[in-house]
Ligand binder design. Structure first.
Ligand code: F6P
Ligand code: MN
Length: 436
């Protein structure tokens, strides 16, 4: 079967079209407004040079917004800092040249692949700050991410109490009870993915106070559910092969749900080595950077109660080397994962050592499947297009982009009653591929 084409904003009324037309400009406007509103505090924190810096960045972002809204050809990234380990302008610009050689026209916001233009906007936002020496480390989404976390502290306390009590009862749990607890936390990690701020263009998306009580009623909303096969995989891993990699998505409550799940797997001995991948630049509004991860740990440790207990435990796992934190600029490029082995062989080789790789969220799912316009019944392994680096699991709520691996007529039956089932975030998947 020939592969479908990439999703793009060229189809008027499509979700990608509405994203580029409506949501991306709103995200840019929020950053511009924040820079203007907070310019005094920013100058206080980053020094006098930030006065000019704020003006420069506001100018660049306003121009970028205009380029998007008037469907201009994409501009090449200025070489930000060739000496920086995270400078990847050559990656974007190579993609740009390939596009021109294929289509003989420059890529435009409403015609180039959605994945490319959406990621490119965030690369341009980062570049706007990076080009100002005083503001090169400024995270325009930090305020939103921290506010979302602070407003999720009561849900976090409830979840922390639960996971601590499960961990303390581990010696007395039967295998079946443990299985149920692990599956519960996997489902909570899926629903934590609703708290993504790019879908809401930065509007708050705080969690319900106690997700635990809703799990039974939410389970029918998991459209592909491989949690049983996942459990079989976890319990069948030999003692010396329990390395798990978690490619994180959003900071805030989603990050808490992810680390709570990882804590249970760690305490239950289902994993002996955990590696988290964070982003190297501010990304899709709420994605987790190293700074976000450690700010979250510190905030929990200072909170008191069960929050402090889990914050201290997590900090100790990292200090003891049981949990490692990695970063790679690959995660903030537009490149589909099927090209990782050629584009970033070191990362590919590192991931190939894992017994299981867990990817969180929509964007990872889109990159795993190339953000192509796949029929929903496409076999998941086929949609991965050869990215079989290790057994992989995706935990995601559907906020846009491809969905594959569904049963015949499942999507059609759903669409007959729920119009926006694949963009509302109300549905999710727990999707495993073991390549066996
Ligand atoms: O944080 P997540 O789950 O990756 O969601 C981000 C994704 O959601 C969207 O906002 C809608 O799909 C995309 O623009 C982006 O790919
Ligand atoms: Mn995200």
């Amino acid at each position: 079967m020939s592969e479908p084409g990439p999703l793009s904003a060229s189809i008027i009324g499509s979700f990608s079209y509405l994203t580029v037309r409506d949501r991306l400009p709103v995200i840019l406007t929020r950053v511009i407004d924040q820079l203007y509103r907070e310019r005094i505090n920013i100058i206080d924190k980053y020094g006098e040079a930030a006065t000019e810096g704020c003006k420069e960045v506001i100018g660049r972002l306003s121009q970028l917004k205009n380029e998007i809204q008037t469907n201009k050809p994409l501009e090449l990234l200025e070489a930000t800092d060739p000496l920086s380990p995270f400078d990847d302008s050559h990656v974007w610009n190579r993609h740009f040249e390939e596009y021109i050689s294929t289509y003989e026209v420059p890529p435009k916001w409403f015609t180039a692949p959605w994945m490319y233009v959406e990621c490119f906007m965030y690369a341009r936002i980062h570049e706007s700050f990076y080009l100002c020496p005083a503001l090169k480390d400024f995270d325009p989404f930090c305020e939103l991410k921290q506010k979302a976390m602070l407003e999720s502290l009561s849900a976090t306390e409830t979840l922390a109490q639960h996971v601590l009590s499960v961990c303390s009862s581990l010696p007395s749990l039967t295998q079946e009870q443990l299985r149920q607890h692990v599956i519960n936390l996997i489902e909570i990690s899926v629903w934590g993915n609703k708290c993504d701020l790019s879908i809401s263009s930065g509007e708050e998306r705080n969690p319900e106070t106690d997700l635990l009580v809703s799990l039974d009623s939410l389970r029918p909303y998991i459209l592909v559910n491989h949690s049983s096969s996942l459990w079989q995989l976890l319990v069948s891993l030999p003692e010396d092969q329990r390395d798990i990699v978690l490619v994180l998505d959003n900071a805030g409550f989603e990050l808490v749900t992810d680390l709570c799940l990882m804590m249970l797997l760690t305490e239950a001995g289902l994993t002996t080595s955990l590696t988290f991948h964070v982003k190297t630049r501010p990304w899709f509004v709420s994605d987790t950077t190293r700074t976000d991860l450690f700010w979250t740990l510190d905030t929990l440790r200072e909170k008191g109660g069960a929050c402090s207990e889990i914050g201290n435990k997590w900090k100790k796992y990292i200090e003891d080397g049981q949990w490692k934190v990695c970063e790679s600029s690959f995660w903030t490029t537009p490149i589909p994962y099927s090209q990782m082995s050629t584009v970033d062989p070191n990362l590919y080789s590192q991931l190939s050592k894992a017994s299981l790789i867990i990817f969180k969220g929509d964007l990872n799912y889109r990159k795993l499947t190339g953000d192509l316009d796949w029929p929903t019944t496409t076999n998941f392994e086929q949609a991965l297009r050869g990215f079989c680096v290790a057994p992989l699991l995706v935990l995601r709520t559907l906020k846009g982009g491809p969905v594959v691996g569904m049963a015949e007529s499942q999507a059609e039956d759903l669409a007959a009653t729920v119009r926006d089932w694949n963009t509302s975030g109300e549905y999710g998947v727990i999707q495993l591929c073991t390549f066996s």
